[in-house]
Design a protein around this ligand. Structure first.
Ligand SMILES: NC(=O)c1ccc[n+]([C@@H]2O[C@H](COP(=O)([O-])OP(=O)(O)OC[C@H]3O[C@@H](n4cnc5c(N)ncnc54)[C@H](OP(=O)(O)O)[C@@H]3O)[C@@H](O)[C@H]2O)c1
Length: 341
């Protein structure tokens, strides 16, 4: 076993070209850590926001890498539940654009064998996000309706799968070309560019949805997601999708998020409605057993073929800059994944 690692590092904020290959010698795993030889790492919008210096709490210099699938190579003191050679998966938030790394064991769960590593990693961050928003925050009853924005995308597609298997009815907004993909996952498609989303959601659900999952935030959350709720419903805000569009920070999208961040608690009280902001990192760290249970559940659903994450493109680790450009250009449908040999 070697302790040499190659990382794709972001030394300073900038365009994708700043991603730089760096060789490092890893220390032995510390107490509570394991060394993981990484098979696959997801490329996330958060990585781009980190590179651009607009991701709260994680700014350059940084090695990105929000989630991983790999194999345990070495075990630090005090780690009891993982074995050398075991396949694992987890949310790391940063640091996994690498051939190997040391990771806190509590962020990892055993991962199924016999499933393509890219497909598995496509369900780690996105799958935990979808599962926790649906089941731990919204918790709709079978037969109730939810509104899933970006239903042709990574998190949105998994939300449709998870709603379907829970007997929850889903409306999915997407551009027109993705309507078939939404319907195949059991969603009722709405073309957000051509249709009145609130009116259609109200009509389909018979008076409003139990939950709306919104990856855009700002005015969209206020004027589309919240008005589509029934009394007692919850709006879940989980992304700033337009902020990193096109390779540069979009100042209009930032201003929109800031201007539309306030809600009247009395207005919400009158309708018994909720506004929740979901973020996977505080959930992982604040409720670790929920995180571990939910990630294990999601991985099993993928292994059983019930949940079907889509991999849009794979790149070798060293081509991380190319992968960032593809994500920024919104050029790929499906998760972009970096693979090690
Ligand atoms: N909070 C968390 O822990 C967490 C975890 C994972 C991801 N996220 C965030 O969630 C967001 C989505 O991630 P993802 O991986 O699912 O992205 P993705 O695969 O690119 O999917 C996003 C989808 O949104 C659609 N879309 C764009 N504008 C829209 C609009 N106005 N209305 C409805 N749909 C629209 C896009 O395609 P079409 O326009 O062609 O339909 C695309 O299919 C990102 O901002 C990401 O950072 C947050």
């Amino acid at each position: 076993m070697t302790d040499q690692a190659l990382e794709m590092h972001i030394p300073r904020k900038g365009l994708a070209m700043v991603l730089t290959a760096v060789e490092r010698r890893l220390p032995p795993p510390a107490a509570g850590e394991v060394r993981v030889a990484i098979e696959a790492v997801g490329v996330a919008y958060a990585d781009i926001m980190m590179r651009q210096g607009v991701y709260a709490g994680h700014k350059p210099p940084i090695t990105p890498g929000y989630d991983l699938v790999g194999r345990v190579e070495a075990i630090g003191p005090g780690v009891k539940d993982l074995a050398i050679g075991q396949r694992v998966a987890g949310i790391t938030v940063f640091g996994s654009y690498a051939t190997r790394r040391n990771v806190a064991a509590q962020w990892l769960v055993p991962a199924p064998e016999g499933v393509d590593a890219g497909r598995l990693v496509a369900a780690v961050l996105n799958g935990v996000t979808a599962w926790q928003m649906l089941h731990r925050i919204a918790n709709p009853a079978p037969g109730e309706w939810v509104l899933v924005h970006g239903a042709g995308g990574g998190v949105g597609g998994l939300l449709l799968d998870m709603a379907r298997i829970a007997g929850v009815r889903a409306i999915g907004t997407a551009s027109g070309g993705k309507a078939d993909a939404v319907a195949q996952r059991g969603g009722e498609p709405i073309d957000y560019a051509r249709e009145d989303v609130v009116a259609r959601a109200m009509a389909l659900s018979g008076g409003g949805v139990a939950a709306a999952f919104d990856h855009l935030g700002g005015k969209h959350f206020k004027t589309v997601s919240m008005p589509a709720l029934r009394p007692g419903g919850v709006g879940v805000f989980y992304g700033a999708y337009d902020v990193s569009r096109g390779g540069k920070v979009n100042p209009l999208a930032v201003a929109d998020l800031l201007l539309n961040a306030r809600f009247s608690s009395l207005g919400l009280f009158a309708k018994g409605q909720g506004v929740v902001a979901y973020s996977s990192e505080p959930w992982r760290d604040g409720r670790p057993s929920a995180y571990q249970n939910d990630l294990a559940t999601v991985l099993k659903l993928v292994a059983d073929g019930v949940v079907t994450p889509e991999v849009g493109a794979t790149y070798p680790l060293r081509a991380a800059a190319e992968a960032h450009r593809a994500l920024e250009a919104r050029a790929v449908t499906g998760k972009i994944v970096l693979l090690n040999d």
